[in-house]
Design a protein around this ligand. Structure first.
Ligand code: ATP
Ligand code: MG
Length: 585
């Protein structure tokens, strides 16, 4: 491929909103252009790398027996109404109407579509397990698209879904996807951290996210030297408390705390540490699968108590309540439900709400807590003497310095960006969408499901994020748009002849070559070669060609040193190196 025939509009200036390396470089190197906020066009060079990421994904999917489908992106709203997500998806889902006023969805994900396809075809246990996938356009009307294709509105996802007759089969496939994902990211040259993740409300029993470390990542990861790694949404920690008896605790006593609302004010007023307080928060719970006392229309209120120095993790709380969402109750609701102004809720004497306590509260045998009345607190409150709980759960937000559940080591944090997610879904969709098959005994059964996603664009951007320097991109061979760029010092005479010959030989050996045939100064061509990051640069110059054995100069984009190759051996030697790198899996 000749450079002058290829469309590579490199840029000196980058858009002001391009604050991360990959975003800047995708624009500068002529891989991408923006159409609108969160909407982009891949240009030819960018698309070549994009297709390579897709191809790696395809190969690894095929290696674990997953089969590719290509459903439409615009799908009938009826499917989403069946699953119940037409109402629950919110505004990120793009809904459109056709000329007949029928509702459609521009797929943000495709559990419904795949489940509907399988429902119509599945009849016997002999068809299971089944794993299907697509690599297809998704649309999510993200509130804040940013960092280029890292978080776009339209993007491409590989999403896979699997159906199983039993848990064991789901486990096997889930583990196979986990291994395939590790392999995909490794082949793309990415260092990923697989972390335990929240598996949500719907009875999912396992979930793992594949993260890359990133200063601008949206996820906080808690990590330990021993290998423990979890998203903060899921992270647990070892107990940092001892259960002690309340036999010697003085009787509970009301104290005046005039105009004091926050834990900080209370600490200062009583000259105590936050660890001595029980913090009580009121939450509104949506769509819980549990029978929460007092719930109405799938909504309920609960009180949540935790040690004063800790924070409630709302994702963990939603998970233990098997709820789609939990939100802090409004001030009006708090006042109504606790019969006290905001700031004085406490577990003692609280009869109007079910009480969920964090494990830490079970160890509190002499605490201060709100007394459900204005300007009043209790001191000497002791669990179980003075209050009991409806549920005792781990609902704290784990933070830096907490102790690892696996080894007791100190946890540290990193920010991460999610590239992929594997998830045991259970029966959520097969139940709501009525999927069944006949087992060996002719009895009707419902299959269990898994789902598995990778963002293609985000993976590609992350490769650039991990492999770049001041001069530009440093592509790993596996996803580079071309393997070799040939730069004749001048595309003329003997240099032209040698460059053309080398390009033809390499092409014959299935090596992808970009030949810089432009009439530009060598410096310009070298800068562009560095910027576009093609792994091998071969310079064809007069001096090398004039040697008794004519030579070309080769430079690996990732290395500083050049080396020389004889012209007549260059193609074979380069092809061998490149094929060796590509074969490394
Ligand atoms: P996030 O938390 O980043 O919004 P998600 O958990 O909603 O992602 P999933 O539904 O699990 O995403 O989708 C699977 C994969 O699709 C993600 O791991 C990510 O790589 C990719 N992805 C999701 N949203 C976007 C987006 N707006 N732009 C680009 N890729 C995305
Ligand atoms: Mg996810």
């Amino acid at each position: 491929m000749n450079y002058s025939h290829f469309f590579i509009p490199t840029l000196r200036e980058v858009p002001a909103d391009a604050v991360i390396a990959s975003h800047r470089l995708m624009f500068r190197a002529g891989l991408l252009r923006k159409l609108a906020n969160g909407l982009f066009a891949y240009l030819p060079l960018g698309l070549r790398s994009f297709r390579k990421v897709e191809q790696i994904i395809r190969e690894e999917m095929s290696a674990i027996g997953a089969l590719e489908l290509k459903p439409s992106v615009v799908v009938p709203a009826e499917l989403w109404k069946e699953s119940g997500r037409w109402d629950s998806m919110g505004e990120s889902m793009l809904r459109v109407k056709n000329r007949l006023d029928n509702d459609f969805v521009v797929s943000p994900t495709a559990e419904e579509v795949f489940t509907a396809i399988v429902r119509d075809e599945l009849s016997s246990y002999r068809q299971l397990p089944l794993a299907l996938y697509q690599i297809n356009t998704k649309f999510r009307d993200e509130i804040r698209p940013r960092y280029g294709v890292m978080r776009g509105r339209e993007f491409t996802m590989k999403d896979a879904y699997s159906w199983h007759a039993d848990e064991q089969s789901l486990d096997d496939t889930y583990n196979a996807f986990g291994r395939a994902y590790r392999q995909i990211f490794k082949r793309c040259g990415l260092s990923v951290i697989p972390v335990k993740a929240d598996s949500g409300a719907m009875g999912g029993s396992g979930s793992e996210e594949f993260m890359v470390e990133s200063d601008v990542g949206d996820n906080t990861l808690l990590l330990c030297k021993c290998g423990y790694a979890a998203n903060v949404e899921k992270a647990a920690c070892a107990a940092d408390f001892k259960i002690e008896s309340s036999a010697n605790t003085p009787a509970i006593e009301k104290i005046d705390t005039p105009d004091i609302k926050t834990i900080e004010e209370l600490c200062a007023f009583l000259k105590m540490q936050p660890q001595s307080f029980i913090k009580t928060l009121i939450y509104r719970v949506f769509n819980s699968e549990l029978e929460i006392p007092g719930s109405k229309d799938r909504e309920a209120f609960v009180a949540v108590a935790i040690r004063g120095d800790l924070d409630v993790n709302e994702v963990k709380l939603a998970a233990v309540l098997k709820a789609s969402e939990v939100n802090l109750a409004s001030d009006t609701d708090v006042t109504r439900l606790t019969n006290a102004p905001v700031g004085f809720a406490g577990p003692v004497g609280l009869t109007s709400l079910p009480l969920i306590i964090d494990h830490t509260v079970t160890a509190m045998n002499d605490a201060v807590t709100g007394a459900l009345a204005k300007d009043l607190h209790y001191k000497h409150a002791a669990y179980e003497r003075d209050f009991k709980a409806w549920m005792i759960e781990d609902i704290r937000t784990v933070k830096i310095g907490d102790k690892c559940v696996q080894c007791g080591g100190e946890l540290y944090t990193k920010m991460g960006n999610e590239l992929g997610h594997i998830f045991k879904l259970g029966y959520k969709y097969t139940r709501s969408m009525n999927v069944s098959y006949l087992d060996e005994n002719g009895k009707s059964q419902m299959p269990t499901m898994g789902c598995y996603g990778i963002g293609v664009d985000r993976t590609l951007a992350s490769v650039i994020e991990e492999h770049n320097d001041e001069a530009g991109i440093i592509w790993p061979v596996s996803v580079a748009p071309f393997h070799v760029i040939i730069v004749p010092i001048k595309y003329d005479g003997a240099m032209k002849e040698a460059a053309d010959k080398l390009a033809a030989e390499l092409t014959k050996l299935n090596i992808e070559v970009l030949l810089d045939d432009r009439n530009e100064r060598p410096g310009v061509k070298f800068n562009d070669a560095d910027l576009t990051g093609i792994p091998y640069r071969v310079v064809v110059g007069d001096k090398g060609l004039a040697l008794s054995t004519p030579q070309v100069e080769v430079k690996r984009r990732s290395e500083k040193e050049n080396f020389m190759l004889d012209c007549d051996k260059a193609a074979a030697e380069l092809a061998e190196r490149i094929k060796e790198e590509l074969a490394k899996k």
